[in-house]
Design a protein around this ligand. Structure first.
Ligand code: NAI
Length: 422
């Protein structure tokens, strides 16, 4: 490991030369020149793709800023490694350190099948109130299932704390389901025909407060990054009290002082520089449009479940989750991560595609304002793909198109990207 990487040794200590990012009262960040960035290696292919990401990010920062800026990487534990070393899958010291550091990055974490084992990803989301899951989807030159993939360049903002994920469910024929059914029929005006004896019920809560903070974050991002055509999706025509309300609340946010004159809601409006246009699109329409004319949208604001569908479809258009980064973002706190899982079938072979995590590293650099370094990563990744170099999955994609490709290991791939940063 390079000298600016501090691996976990019987506990976590802040290295002397690093400084924590400061979360100010207005929820903006102060970034020191040597910020401490905690990383969770991840399970399965995590120990292979995480060093690859660190290698590329280090090289980009060095190339952009010389010695004047450097990330001080500190390993924190979660998942299998945490279980092995501390007896817990998500130790308190991991959460405490992440809280102090504000911004971090992680590899994939597995959720072992079994009763009582909770997902670490959702525990992290709850602990830091990461209410927006942000997934930029753009093409970098990799083989894709659609022709002309350069048309895809959009960001999905998925609300991450509301919706059917609340976990309030009643299985068919249980006492609880019958009780809820009874209440709906007797007191809430529900009709027998839609509510027969054998129904299961899942509750779908959606809050004005949660929706609005998410929409504000998305609109600010759209304005800052010059993304003009913003869609808020949902099946508001069917679920008026939840997805319909979500859409209405989004349009209310557009009327707030902060967005006046900058977020246009007239369907005929043409946004000028410094403006975005907010449109309402029914979810099924959006799914179709993403395939037929993805260039129409720069940013999509979605509820939790719709966001789940839309972000996977968008990722598939440009080759799958192996090429898409993601960020879990709350009020200042942010944790960036690869979008794929632990890929146990290829773990330990040094053949995993590290791009999702490398691009998440670039997204993290953008988040802390180190754009010169993130640009260098994007450009170097493009060059390696132009040169037809990649891990076996990427090389196989090129060959399927009848093109030659050089197949390299995860480690070599990171080196090839780092070599193209200058
Ligand atoms: P998966 O993404 O791990 O694997 C699906 C398929 O894609 C496998 O054939 C795998 O080899 C391939 N694949 C995935 N990432 C790849 C990469 N970087 N390079 C080359 N091939 C790659 O999905 P699966 O099997 O559904 O999930 C496995 C575990 O990962 C589960 O425990 C799940 O809970 C966890 N998971 C964790 C996530 C996270 O930490 N954010 C996200 C998704 C799943």
């Amino acid at each position: 490991m390079p000298e600016n990487v501090y691996t976990w040794e019987k506990g976590i200590a802040k290295p002397e030369k690093g400084e924590f990012i400061e979360l100010k009262e207005d929820k903006t960040l102060r970034i020191p020149s040597y910020p401490v960035i905690p990383f969770i290696e991840g399970d399965g292919i995590g120990p292979e793709i995480t060093p690859a990401m660190i290698r590329v990010v280090n090289r980009a920062v060095e190339s952009a800023y010389g010695d004047s800026r450097k990330i001080v990487w500190v390993e924190i534990l979660a998942g299998d490694k945490a279980q092995e070393k501390t007896g817990e899958r998500l130790p308190k010291e991991t959460l405490d350190f992440l809280k102090k550091a504000v911004v971090g990055i992680k590899g994939p974490l597995g959720t072992p099948v079994g009763k009582g084992i909770r997902s670490i990803n959702s525990a992290l989301r709850r602990a830091f109130d990461f209410y927006s899951a942000v997934r930029p989807v753009y093409w970098m030159g990799q083989p894709t299932p659609i022709p002309d993939p350069a048309r895809v360049d959009l960001v999905v903002f998925r609300e991450n704390t509301d919706d059917v994920y609340a976990g309030v469910e009643f299985f068919s024929r249980t006492e609880e389901a019958l009780k809820v059914r009874d209440f709906l029929l007797k007191e809430m005006g529900a009709k027998e025909e839609g509510f027969p004896q054998d129904i299961g019920i899942t509750v779908k809560p959606m809050s004005e407060f949660k929706t609005k903070r998410h929409v504000r974050k998305a609109l600010r991002y759209a304005l800052e990054t010059n993304r003009k055509n913003v869609a808020v999706i949902g099946k508001g025509n069917i679920m008026k009290a939840t997805e319909g309300a979500f859409i209405n609340w989004a349009f209310e946010v557009a009327q707030e002082e902060e967005f006046k004159g900058r977020v246009l809601t007239d369907p005929e409006a043409e946004p000028a520089k410094g403006q975005v246009k907010l449109s309402k699109v029914i979810t099924d329409q959006m799914l179709m449009q993403l395939v037929l004319k993805p260039e129409a949208w720069d940013l999509i604001i979605a509820q939790n479940l719709n966001g789940d569908y839309v972000s996977d479809l968008a990722a598939a258009l440009i080759g799958g989750p192996g090429f898409v980064p993601s960020g879990n973002i709350g009020d200042g706190y942010a944790l960036f991560e690869s979008t794929h899982g632990t890929a146990l079938d290829i773990a330990g072979k040094n053949i995993a595609n590290p791009l999702s995590l490398i691009l998440s590293g670039a997204m993290m650099l953008e988040y802390i304002g180190w754009k010169e370094a993130s640009e260098k990563i994007y450009s170097a990744v493009r060059k390696t793909l132009e040169d037809r170099i990649g891990t076996p999955d990427i090389a196989a994609g090129f060959r399927k198109r009848g093109e030659e490709a050089r197949e390299v290991s995860t480690t070599e791939y990171a080196e090839e990207i780092a070599r193209r940063i200058n």
